[in-house]
Design a protein around this ligand. Structure first.
Ligand SMILES: Cc1cc2nc3c(=O)[nH]c(=O)nc-3n(C[C@H](O)[C@H](O)[C@H](O)COP(=O)(O)OP(=O)(O)OC[C@H]3O[C@@H](n4cnc5c(N)ncnc54)[C@H](O)[C@@H]3O)c2cc1C
Length: 382
């Protein structure tokens, strides 16, 4: 009997939704992935199409133009892309941005930005990291200085997911450098026609080639005081901390789905490929490796499913979400390494999904807070 990775949190409606997501991905995203990888981004059209079909901001209330679902609806999209090795379109960062508006924005900010994000008319990005500040965000130097009814933003950001295509960027700035964390705020920057805003390089990464990870520059960028997220200065750090469980669980969910997709593809491969007069699936080593991988996925599924249930119930804490990110991304690295080996030389060729997944997965241990930072967060509650 084939191993089936059932989700405890799914139901008939969600599985129907999953089918429609899968059809969209197969028809619209997969055929264009090779081109997107060459170009370094997926382009705007696919964002608009996903928006039109209701696949963006699925867990944002309908009154703001979203799908009216919950975390599980977003998870379906992350899973179905991850299991097919598609990492170009970061709907996860897009959703994270939408959640900053939903949970931290003023009423006007929610009304303006959430429908645009849900329709895919604006792609969302969040810009925290700078050349001199990654794990330690207290070191952010981008400055937003209040001048009358405006803020003037100066600084630069790097490694920004969706950075090239973004129409709205949440920029983590110092509004009062003397105040440390309490002097940090998040400013909303609309990039279209924005004087002083510039996208630098689309960065050349070892994986996630279709993902437009970019540098962003702010040179006397003027935004209205109304573009202060939540309308109150000095809230940036608290706003960032508030949504961490959501962001970290998304990474865990995608990691596990990627392992499942890789496992299924590898199972098919080893049954087809022959050596020494038999399918390589017959060798004890192959069977043992697949048994180990299936066990890791099954154990991981139990934990991730519980986390999904907790986030839907509003009870997922930051330490547990950090465990989900830590464990799943580490397991993803181990599992993909083992599975790739079963392909022999073909596993090293980019035309094989396993090769792309292997390269793409490495960053899962780095972004969203590095896994060392996850351990710090977990250790604090011990
Ligand atoms: C593909 C990609 C996409 C990204 N997307 C975004 C995005 O959309 N928005 C955004 O703002 N950022 C983004 N990032 C940035 C990412 O979040 C940072 O790279 C990450 O937080 C680490 O920061 P750093 O690179 O400056 O490394 P550093 O902070 O310099 O860390 C270097 C090493 O030191 C370790 N370290 C640091 N502090 C400690 C500590 N206290 N204890 C133990 N070890 C420690 C780290 O774990 C790491 O191993 C992205 C990065 C990549 C590669």
């Amino acid at each position: 009997m084939a191993l089936q990775f059932k989700r405890s949190w799914s139901d008939e409606d969600l599985e129907r939704y999953r089918d429609s997501v899968a059809r969209f991905i197969e028809a619209e995203m997969l055929p264009k992935d090779a081109q997107a990888r060459q170009r370094g981004h997926v382009g705007h059209a696919i964002w608009r199409l996903a928006g039109e079909l209701g696949f963006l901001c699925a867990d944002i209330p309908e009154v703001y133009g979203g799908g009216g679902g919950d975390f599980r609806h977003g998870a379906v999209f992350y899973e179905e892309t991850a299991r097919r090795g598609l990492t170009g379109m970061s709907t996860s960062v897009h959703s994270i941005v939408a959640h900053y508006f939903l949970n931290r924005g003023t009423q006007e900010q929610k009304r303006r930005y959430l429908p645009l994000l849900a329709r895919g008319e604006l792609v969302g990005a969040i810009a925290m990291t700078e050349p001199g500040a990654g794990s330690d965000l207290q070191g952010v130097r981008t400055r937003a200085e209040r001048r009358g009814s405006h803020y003037v933003i100066n600084g630069s950001k790097t490694f920004i997911t969706n950075g090239f295509l973004a129409g709205v960027v949440l920029v983590v700035c110092k509004t009062d450098p003397a105040q440390g964390a309490r002097g940090t705020s998040i400013l909303i920057v609309e990039t279209q026609g924005c004087a002083g805003f510039r996208v630098g390089r689309v960065l050349d990464k070892i994986g996630m080639k279709a993902q437009d990870t970019s540098e962003l520059y702010f040179d006397d960028v003027q935004v209205s005081v109304e573009n202060l997220l939540g309308g109150k200065e000095g809230q940036g750090f608290f706003q960032l901390m508030g949504d961490l469980p959501y962001e970290r669980l998304i990474i865990g969910v995608a990691a596990l789905a990627c392992m499942e997709g890789a496992y299924e593809a590898t199972l098919a491969y080893v049954r087809e490929r022959h050596a020494f007069g038999q399918p390589i699936a017959n060798f004890q080593n192959t069977r043992f490796k697949l048994a180990e991988v299936a066990t890791q996925i099954t154990v991981g599924r139990a934990f991730i499913d519980r986390c999904v249930e907790q986030i839907v119930a509003g009870t997922l804490d930051t330490a547990t979400a950090s465990m989900a990110k830590l464990w799943s991304s580490e397991a993803q690295g181990r599992v993909l390494d083992e599975l790739l080996q079963l392909y022999g030389g073909y596993g090293y060729m980019n035309e094989y999904m396993i090769a792309r997944m292997y390269a793409d997965a490495r960053v899962q241990r780095i972004y969203g807070g590095t896994n060392e930072i996850m351990k710090e967060v977990i250790a604090r509650v011990l």
